[in-house]
Design a protein around this ligand. Sequence first.
Ligand code: PLP
Length: 385
Amino acid sequence: MARTIYFDNNATTQVAPEVTEAMLPFFTTYWGNPSSMHTFGGQVAKYVDKAREQVAALFNARPSEIIFTSCGTESDNTAIWTALQTNPAKKHIVTTSVEHPAILQTAAFWERNGYRVTRLGVDEKGRLDMDEYAAALTPDTAIVSIMYANNEVGNIYPIPQMAEMAKERGILFHTDAVQAAGKVDIDLEKVPVDMLSISGHKLHAPKGVGMLYVRKGLIFRPFIRGGHQEAGRRAGTENVPYIVGLGTACDLAKAHMDEENVRVAALRDRLEEGITSSVPDCLVNGDREHRLPGTTNIAFRNIEGEAVLLMLDRLGICASSGSACTSGSLEPSHVLSAMKVPFKYAHSSTRFSLCRYNTQEEVDYAIENIPGVIKTLRELSPFKD
Ligand code: PLP
């Protein structure tokens, strides 16, 4: 098989072999329903409990604060739903213009249903303005939802400070930590968020499992109603194998995060430096000082992002233009538009997102080949200055 170099880890990640191994017995041997009264099913419940402890440990949370869901999108929808249901008199939502559609579309839905939504802007590096944020918080605000880290450019936002500001005003604070989980050290004893979302498939667990952290004492209304699973907070028979997988993935992240972050950031920096030093007229999008270790988003003046992706794909290099959800569209992504990246650059912005399984050899192969790809595309490009 031709080589595949996977630099699209913000779209999804490979399931870690340790995670697959931990999950397998729950397909073959322990396939019972954890809610069953008999021993066969009931014996499974303790593995769900163990996974809950493992997930809680990654965030220094209590197991009882962890609700398993089907994905990051469900967690995000649930957070906003419960905040609005438990604060019926408040009709205002604060979020940002650079969130994932899981939040942006949910906020837009509530806006169509009578809520006022403030979408905070960003500067040219994708950074938020704290004065604008402070001014947006009002007695009518039911919830603030701000992502911990951005999926397209990798910016890490000052969530501890922003959550504190919401807390001082008695406003609920949710963070979409789907991209940050396992990469940013998040201690929920210190960071006063009320709710936090994660998704399994971004941290080497499978697709189709997520988690919503809900701080102890918070009044909660379920988004999915039915049976008594998850202490009545999320109905539906537990996806035991995937929950076990998520627990194992969190365990691995906790054990190796520090050293992996250093190694992955070094690979990312080598890739970024290798490309930007040999390709004229390119720039790095985002806040290079506060960024996820594995993400770089590079814009090449005057060519089409789609063409870059196709040519890279022929070389076996998987990258992304904007986020996975926005590739396929020729418009610059909403994140790059919010950052007002000039069209000549935004159009060709290419995201490379690395993980623990990438190697220096892969990075060097990319550095050797990408300048030639860009040169060829520039010769063919209809865009000229
Ligand atoms: N939030 C962010 C920041 C994401 O990057 C994604 C996925 O790309 C999601 C939410 C949605 O997660 P899921 O695919 O598990 O629904």
